[in-house]
Design a protein. Structure first.
Length: 253
């Protein structure tokens, strides 16, 4: 089954509003209105309004937040709600990134609440899952990924699942320069799809897009995206340079 590639830039805690403007001015000239691939830009919260302004009318380039609260409103200092993201123009939100899990203690229960809140607001969740090097070397890869998927997607039905993007990020390859071989990545992506098949059925599993995220760069993007179960990328460091990210996007065209 044909699945449209989705390639997302996760800028993490980088890019001020002025830097965001400079990036998009350059990048959008390279891709004035792409149709072959879905592009997602995830700036920090303070840069979302500037990005939304510059991306207005770009139907194939969508705005994403890097996180959100599962709460609707209230006394939650420092938090951002789905309604706030929706109003600023976000079509996507990254949830469960390994840095949120490891640095801020987010578990599958919290992430699951966020997934439900995003769907209720009409925002597409990009749900991140992944294993550490210790878990992989200890033969726990399948157990860890299965547990993360089951926990983070609890209470989600097949129709909702079809609209969720999964991002598999081997934690040991993020920001380290190490990358899973295309064969390793494909084997894991195929396993993730098999879990979705078990949880939601073959028809739904066949349409869900599964990104790979782990030191993706222009030099390896083409070989990675040629794998049958890799439907795009969640790109970190290499997405901070407009030309570099453009080269990665071109791998999907």
């Amino acid at each position: 089954m044909s699945r449209k590639y989705v390639i997302a830039a996760n800028w993490k805690m980088n890019m001020t509003p002025s830097e965001t403007a400079g990036f998009l001015d350059s990048f959008l000239k390279t891709f004035p209105d792409p149709t072959e691939v879905e592009i997602v830009i995830a700036p920090p919260f303070v840069s979302l309004p500037k990005a939304a302004e510059l991306m207005a009318g770009q139907s194939a380039v969508g705005l994403s937040a890097q996180n959100m609260s599962h709460e609707k409103s209230g006394a939650f200092t420092g938090e951002i709600s789905a309604a706030m993201l929706q109003e600023v123009g976000c079509r996507y939100v990254i949830l469960g990134h390994s840095e949120r899990r490891s640095l801020y203690g987010e578990d599958d229960v919290v992430i699951n609440r966020k997934v439900h809140a995003a769907l209720t607001a009409g925002i597409v969740p990009i749900l991140c899952i992944g294993e550490s090097l210790e878990e992989r070397d200890g033969g726990q890869l399948e157990f860890v990924l299965s547990q993360q998927l089951e926990g983070s997607l609890a209470g989600i039905d097949a129709a909702q699942m079809a609209g969720i993007i999964i991002a598999y990020e081997p934690v040991w390859a993020i920001g380290t320069g190490r990358t899973a071989t295309p064969e390793q990545a494909q084997e894991t992506q195929a396993y993730v799809r098999s879990v979705l098949d078990r949880l939601f059925g073959a028809e739904t599993a066949a349409v869900v897009r599964i990104q790979y995220g782990g030191s993706v760069k222009p030099g390896n993007a083409g070989e990675l995206i040629s794998q049958p179960d890799i439907d795009g990328f969640l790109v970190g460091g290499a997405s901070l340079d407009a030309a570099s990210f453009a080269d990665i996007v071109k791998a999907g065209i």
